[in-house]
Ligand binder design. Structure first.
Ligand SMILES: *Cc1c(COP(=O)(O)O)cnc(C)c1O
Length: 223
């Protein structure tokens, strides 16, 4: 099942988006067993993304094949210490004080942490992130922090939006990405797209998608 899903996805996902950029698939591994994750990696998954610090810690050493590690969930500042130096890319820099704390801890450890600015594309109250109109200001403020590298932006589109709304929000995110990228050579990733909307997102210029259900099947929240 997982092997077939991965094979199918890797053949379906275009190698490049309409902007000619390579598209990276990150498997969203929340609630998945170590065995399932290792199966996905063995089947060709190169990047995995965790949501929960506790799960990340429990499974960290048991994942085979050295996939790149992403953190894609909401992060509390007091948990940064458990991730420091182990995460290749933090997708969810969604507020200034988190960025500030991550920078301070990274500086103390002598490392640079790679982050994406999370944008609340649909201005949803239930979601974190900077509002689209705050993106530029947030970027300037966070850019001034010493031990972070801003590699792009991450956005989650509303689950209940129509296809035309999704297209327009995804295009708006690409616009923000492009305008910030003009001033910043470190910009490389527009992380946008989940199992339900990844095709629309790639068409609009996403170059990193985060898929859980499409890779592993429906999540079992009851466990
Ligand atoms: C769970 C999750 C995903 C993947 O969701 P699916 O709909 O299962 O593909 C992507 N991004 C984030 C931040 C998530 O928490």
């Amino acid at each position: 099942m997982i092997e077939e899903n991965v094979k199918k996805l890797l053949s379906e996902i275009p190698a490049k988006n309409p902007f000619g950029e390579k598209v990276t698939l990150v498997a969203a591994v929340k609630l998945q067993s170590v065995e399932n994750i290792n199966r996905a990696v063995a089947a060709g998954i190169t990047d995995i993304g965790d949501n929960h610090v506790q799960e990340f810690r429990e499974k960290y050493a048991e994942i085979n094949g050295c996939p790149k590690r992403h953190f894609i969930g909401r992060l509390q500042t007091n948990k940064i210490k458990y991730l420091l130096g182990k995460v290749d890319l933090y997708h969810s820099a969604d507020r200034y004080n988190l960025a500030e704390e991550l920078s301070a801890k990274s500086l103390a450890a002598g490392i640079i942490s790679n982050i994406l600015l999370q944008i609340n594309a649909g201005k949803e109250e239930t979601k974190g992130g900077f509002l689209p109109e705050e993106a530029e200001t947030a970027y300037q403020k966070i850019k001034a922090l010493p031990a972070l590298k801003i590699k792009g932006i991450m956005a989650m589109l509303p689950l209940d939006a129509s296809e035309s709304e999704l297209k327009s929000l995804a295009a708006e995110m690409r616009k923000i990405y492009d305008s910030l990228r003009k001033e910043d050579d470190d910009f490389e990733y527009l992380s946008m797209g989940m199992s339900g909307d990844w095709k629309i997102c790639i068409d609009a210029g996403s170059n990193m998608i985060r898929l859980g259900t499409s890779v592993f099947g429906a999540r079992n929240y009851a466990k």
